[in-house]
Structure formats: structure tokens, C-alpha cells
Design a protein around this ligand. Structure first.
Ligand code: PEP
Ligand code: MN
Length: 333
């Protein structure tokens, strides 16, 4: 059961609510986010929520039996839109975010920014701290690269999404980041999730490489209950027995997540397939399936990219995809 209580409710009045829940054999945890205060009551017996609704200071109360609570759509019916610059993600549109796998140099960033500006895309992706399977491959330009990325984007009114790999990086990255990305490999790094709960900037949480939907939602609950409600979820493909491509994009996850959670759902068809030729088809399918956004990799010369070139679109392919997405979205929404 989730009980939202009035901001600034006195301890005495709060205790009346807590005591009532405890006497009904519930364990109660208070959760304070940047925008509200909740009492999460976990129990095995059904409660009559009307009795709680009548108590002073209770703003809203719902029964949520899922493992995750505050991110459940049983708690909030309407999608919780997340603001990034002037863009509202999750308000009905399909927001595009694009950029290279890794930030490489100024010329590359300038070229991608120009491509995004041409198509009115307002959010650029690009890693500066790269989780790589092999330690001998390019692992990113680090903070200096992020500052360069930031300077060029700000001059062009573009927001930045980039991956944070560990909690110790959050402070130094903070001023240069608009959306903190949690990569698939860190989807259950609970220390990182806790730390991002304390941050007052949006977080995009990717599904783990072998992560279930339930695990993704419970990871999201860590960040939300840690205080940060500005949360986006990302389907980026999972590892299956199929090895004809890098990952299997789970198209089912898009409508299912939209049923289960009020958080906006983003599709990543680049990592979801690992193959350039498949990216546009999967992006279009995700748009039709109801994705609140699509994040894909684009590079001036994918064949020369420092990472993930095989799944990265060039500008011509990206332009084609943007046009196709517009057409598909105009009839599917
Ligand atoms: C990325 O988006 O750059 C990335 C590394 O993706 P993932 O964590 O999904 O593998
Ligand atoms: Mn990549």
C-alpha cells in the first residue's frame, strides 16, 4: 500500500497513520522524494484503504501488490513526463535522442550537433566513460571530453545524455550532464542507483543485459524511492540463445512497461540489435509499440567510429529514419 501524505504533516499526525498501518501488521517505510512524501506499507494482509483515506493528512492511498510500488502504474495512472530543457518526455510525443556511441573529438561532436540541429533533435547522446567488454578497446575521453561535448551542445541549445559508471563520478559530471544514463551493465548496481536517487537531474535507466522486466522496475524503484522521480526506462535488447545479432530487442517490453509503470519508456534499437541494417526497422516498430522516445547511435563516418560502428547510422541513414518515423507516428498516434 502507498500512502501519500501532505507536505509538512506534523510527526504526531504522521504517527497516527503509521500506527494504524502497524496495527494492521504492515511494515512502514517513509520515502521522501524531491516532490512528495510517501509511506510505503508492506504487508501480507489486505487493508481497507478507505480507512486510511479518511485520516488527516492523507492525500492519496492505493493498494499496490507489485514488488515495485512508487513506479507502478497502479499508483499513478498518468505517465510521469520528464522535462529536459524545453522537451517534455512522456507527454505523448516520441522524443528522439541521437549521437555517437563514444565522444571522440570536436569535429565529430560539431558534425553530429549540426545534423541534430537540422532535424530539430534536442538531445544528444555520447559516452565519455565507456563500459567496454575488453580493457584494450577505447574507454572514452573522460571528464575533459565531457566538457568539450557540453560546450558545443550548449552553444547549440542541445541537451546531453551520457553514461555514469560509478557513484564517485556523479559530482564531477553534474554540471555538464542533463540526463545521467545508467548502462545495462550497471542496471543492478544498487549503490549507483541509491546515489542517483539523491540527484536532482533526470536519469535514464537501461534494462540489464539479462535483466527481467521486474528487475528493471525494482531497480527503478531504488532511484525513485531514493528521492529522484525524474526517471526514464530504456529497453536496449537482452541476451538470448539467438546469436545471429548482438542482442534481441524485446519489442514486447515497450507496451508491457507502459502497462506496468507510469515512467516514460525509451527504446534503444542500436544496442537492441547491434546491426545497422536492423536499426531503422526496430526503431519504427518501437515507435508503433508506443515508445515515449527513441535513442539511437549516429556518427559522421560509422566505419571509423571508435566504438559500436557496426550498429551506428550515418547521416543519410539517420535522415531517412527521421522521415520514416515522422510518417509512422503521424498515423499511429
Ligand atoms: C551505450 O548506450 O553507450 C551503452 C553502453 O549501452 P548499454 O549499456 O545498453 O550496452
Ligand atoms: Mn554503443
Amino acid at each position: 500500500m502507498i500512502i501519500q501524505i501532505a507536505p509538512g504533516l506534523s510527526d504526531k499526525k504522521k504517527d497516527v497513520i503509521i500506527n494504524k498501518a502497524v496495527s494492521g501488521h504492515f511494515k512502514v517505510r517513509e520515502v521522501r522524494t524531491q516532490s512528495a512524501t510517501y509511506l510505503i506499507a508492506i504487508g501480507t494482509e489486505a487493508a481497507d484503504i478507505r480507512q486510511f483515506g479518511a485520516l488527516e493528512g492523507v492525500m492519496d492511498v492505493h493498494h499496490v501488490a507489485d514488488n515495485y510500488k512508487l513506479v507502478s502504474r497502479k499508483w499513478k495512472r498518468q505517465t510521469s513526463a520528464v522535462r529536459v530543457g524545453n522537451t517534455l518526455i512522456g507527454a505523448g510525443d516520441c522524443t528522439l535522442m541521437a549521437g555517437p556511441c563514444s565522444i571522440e573529438n570536436e569535429q565529430q561532436v560539431e558534425a553530429v550537433v549540426a545534423h541534430l540541429v537540422t532535424h530539430n533533435i534536442k538531445i544528444m547522446r555520447g559516452g565519455v566513460f565507456k563500459p567496454r567488454s575488453s580493457p584494450y578497446t577505447f574507454r572514452g575521453l573522460g571528464l575533459e571530453g565531457l566538457k568539450m561535448f557540453y560546450d558545443i551542445c550548449r552553444k547549440n541549445d542541445i541537451s546531453i545524455i551520457t553514461e555514469v559508471m560509478e557513484s564517485g563520478q556523479i559530482d564531477m559530471m553534474y554540471d555538464y550532464v542533463d540526463i545521467f544514463q545508467v548502462g545495462a551493465r550497471n542496471s543492478q548496481n544498487f549503490n549507483l542507483l541509491d546515489a542517483l536517487g539523491e540527484v536532482d537531474k533526470p536519469v535514464l535507466l537501461k534494462r540489464g543485459i539479462s535483466g527481467t522486466i521486474d528487475e528493471l522496475l525494482q531497480s527503478a524503484e531504488y532511484i525513485f524511492s531514493g528521492g529522484n522521480e525524474q526517471l526514464l526506462l530504456c529497453e536496449r535488447g537482452i541476451r538470448t540463445y539467438e546469436n545471429a545479432y548482438r542482442n534481441t530487442f524485446d519489442i514486447n517490453a515497450i507496451p508491457l512497461l507502459r502497462e506496468k509503470t507510469h515512467l516514460p519508456v525509451i527504446a534503444d534499437p542500436s544496442h537492441g540489435t547491434g546491426m545497422r541494417s536492423l536499426v531503422p526497422f526496430v526503431a519504427l516498430a518501437a515507435a508503433v509499440a508506443g515508445a515515449d522516445g527513441i535513442m539511437y547511435e549516429v556518427h559522421p563516418q560509422p566505419e571509423k567510429a571508435f566504438s559500436d560502428g557496426q550498429q551506428t547510422l550515418n547521416f543519410k541513414e539517420s535522415t531517412l529514419l527521421i522521415g520514416q518515423l515522422k510518417k509512422v507516428l503521424s498515423v499511429s498516434r
